[in-house]
Ligand binder design. Sequence first.
Ligand code: FES
Length: 83
Amino acid sequence: MIVCSCNAITDRDIHAAIDWMRASDPQTIITPGKVYHALGKKPDCGGCMALFLSTMRQNANLEVPAELRGLKELRKNTRRQRG
Ligand code: FES
């Protein structure tokens, strides 16, 4: 299924890019911009972004690495402790 009509990016392209990025770097944070970059494309109109994100979220490899989860909360708690 075509997800991005400006760049003819399919759902399979997005999943392949995510799987490749996760296999290449298990700790990477995968963003839509990185998926476009991995596919050698750039977003144009942005009209696909909701469907693009929805497609990305269907991929189990999108998950944030465990060691990087909760960093925002950790930072907030550290600030509170410093006063
Ligand atoms: S439809 Fe994806 S950038 Fe236009």
